[in-house]
Unconditional design. Structure first.
Lengths: 115, 113
């Protein structure tokens, strides 16, 4: 059962355009929603994260929009650059009050920004 | 300085062999993880350790045995390798507690012939 659904699978955007990647989750107990960026041959790197008490978080050109009632969140990349070309993963987890958290990842979106 | 380092980066071996992947983090974190990324790039958690204690074991075959000699190291030993074990294995670490940012290594690409 895929608990975090991500779309689109791939995305082509022109330089300077806006890239939008969407995710939907099922478990209403999730309370942490990070986005990771992965370049070929590298590990995923945390890009930006949001908790459900806010509807939007912005860091530079990257913005997460969060809709708790719809159980959806999205990543917006403004002024997309060729250097943003990578695979993007959304994820979700729940704080059990324990020592670790279990990230559930989406299926990934391969973004290509054309010059 | 590499924060989370894995060795080897590539591992090519025959079916049925036993192999190990090593992971070390210099971030001072208490918690470490192993993830598997399959050919479709799907990432799934396998194990997590906190201060050398196993916390999460995601119904991974018992051919996979993680070992944490200290909180800065988490190794993964795999017995009787099968074709389906071919994947990229990522180690990650975080500070202790729920919903802490996880820092990933660059992965070990395991190919079974």
């Amino acid at each position: 059962q895929q608990q975090v659904k991500q779309s689109p699978q791939s995305l082509i955007v022109q330089k300077g355009g806006i890239s939008i990647i969407n995710c939907a989750y099922e478990n209403t107990a999730f309370d942490y929603f990070p986005w990771y960026q992965q370049f070929p041959g590298k590990g995923p790197a945390l890009l930006i994260a949001i908790r459900p008490d806010v509807s939007e978080k912005k860091e530079g050109r990257f913005t997460i929009s969060f809709n708790k009632s719809a159980k959806q969140f999205s990543l917006h990349i403004m002024d997309s650059q060729p250097g943003d070309s990578a695979t993007y993963f959304c994820a979700a987890s729940r704080d059990y009050g324990g020592a670790t958290n279990k990230l559930i990842f989406g299926t990934g979106t391969l973004l290509a920004v054309q010059p | 300085d590499t924060a989370v380092s894995q060795t080897p980066k590539y591992l090519v071996t025959q079916m049925g062999n036993d192999k190990s992947i090593k992971c070390e983090q210099n971030l001072g974190h208490d918690t470490m993880y192993w993830y598997k990324q399959d050919s479709k790039k799907f990432l799934k958690i396998m194990f997590s350790y906190n201060n050398k204690e196993l916390i999460i074991n995601e119904t991974v075959p018992n051919r996979f045995s993680p070992k944490s000699p200290d909180k800065a190291h988490l190794n993964l030993h795999i017995n009787s390798l099968e074709l389906g074990d071919s994947a990229v294995y990522f180690c990650a670490s975080s500070t202790q507690g729920g919903n802490q940012p996880q820092h990933f290594g660059d992965g070990t690409r395991l190919s079974i012939l």
